[in-house]
Design a protein around this ligand. Structure first.
Ligand SMILES: Nc1ncnc2c1ncn2[C@@H]1O[C@H](COP(=O)(O)OP(=O)(O)OP(=O)(O)O)[C@@H](O)[C@H]1O
Ligand SMILES: [Mg+2]
Length: 290
């Protein structure tokens, strides 16, 4: 896996509040700095199809602070992916309000990063050119984007594989390319929907360690959906446990672990065991989890 790169992204691209530089000082920015990075207020989502109506989410309220790492766990079909789509502006709530940095989400947001369960890379583009796709689609200046891509490639230990095509990369490497692509434009908010679900257990552990380190270095706000309770607790500051559909927030678990988390020691710690135990208890009635 990759080595720690001292050129942390917050040093190169962000000020201390985690806000992209350039506009700081404007009144709206000052107001936004005190707002949660993500706010869901009494949100409901109802899908109406020809066959039936489904209430996916009901009365969901959640504030995520800037720079916080929040994991979401819950039974299949409880609305986790739906929740991420609301935050991304890919879906409008049937009731309630969704806001990013105090600004209501009214449509697809460009200032987020999204990592899906499958890497969804373009087969005919090299790793680097898959990462740079983000910049091309946004019309970002090429030189800056290339420098940033190289920095991410180093951070995720992909050096030496920049020119490899997706079929020449392992599943974990492909997922790292997808992560680099999602981080290229330095989004203040990163949304991840079961990003490591398709990986073997060992690679998944390595990716967890990698992601946690990148998060510490970048101060990005992360919302991660996962079916793995250990993954949620290892990575997150707080774990949101959801009920079966219609999904609502059953409990939010504060993870009492230090910011620096050595993997084996963390898993053996009392804080880890108590958090995973509580989540298992809450999900027990709702179905099997890892
Ligand atoms: N576009 C849609 N049209 C109709 N129903 C939908 C749509 N998207 C999701 N649903 C329904 O909403 C509910 C929640 O779906 P969602 O994908 O958010 O669940 P999930 O918690 O992510 O599940 P999983 O853990 O299996 O990924 C499901 O019952 C699903 O059938
Ligand atoms: Mg889902």
């Amino acid at each position: 896996m990759g080595t720690v790169n001292d050129t942390a992204l917050n040093k190169s691209g962000r000020n201390e509040s985690g806000v992209a530089p350039g506009k700081s000082g404007a009144p709206s920015d000052r107001a936004a700095a005190t707002e949660p990075a993500v706010r869901l207020a009494d949100v409901a989502v109802r899908f109406r199809t020809k066959r039936k109506d489904v209430t996916a989410l009901s009365e969901v309220s959640l504030d995520v602070a800037r720079g916080e790492f929040v994991a979401i766990v819950g039974p299949s079909g409880c609305g986790k992916s739906t929740l991420l789509k609301l935050v991304a502006g890919l879906l409008a709530p049937s009731a309630g309000e969704v806001a990013l940095g105090g600004e209501p989400v009214r449509g697809p947001r460009r200032d987020i990063g999204f990592v899906f369960q499958r890497a969804a890379l373009l087969d005919w583009r090299s790793a680097r050119r898959n990462i740079l796709l983000q910049a091309e689609m946004r019309g970002l200046p090429a030189a800056g984007a290339r420098a940033r891509a190289d920095e991410l490639i180093r951070m995720t230990g992909l050096d030496g594989f920049e020119d490899a095509y997706p079929h020449e990369l392992s599943g974990g490497m492909q997922q790292r390319v997808a992560l680099c692509r999602a981080l290229l434009h330095e989004p203040p908010v990163l949304l991840m929907d079961e990003p490591f679900g398709a990986l073997d257990a060992l690679t998944r552990e390595q990716m967890n360690v990698e992601l946690h380190r990148i998060w510490r270095e970048t101060d990005t706000t992360v919302l991660l959906v996962t079916h793995s309770i250990p993954e949620a607790v290892y990575l997150a500051d707080r774990v949101v446990v959801m009920s079966p559909r219609p999904g609502t927030v059953t409990e939010v678990i504060e993870v009492a672990l230090p910011r620096e988390r050595e993997y084996a020691a963390t898993l053996a710690s009392a804080g880890f065991r108590s958090a995973t135990g509580r989540i298992r208890e809450l999900l027990g009635a709702a179905g099997a989890h890892d």
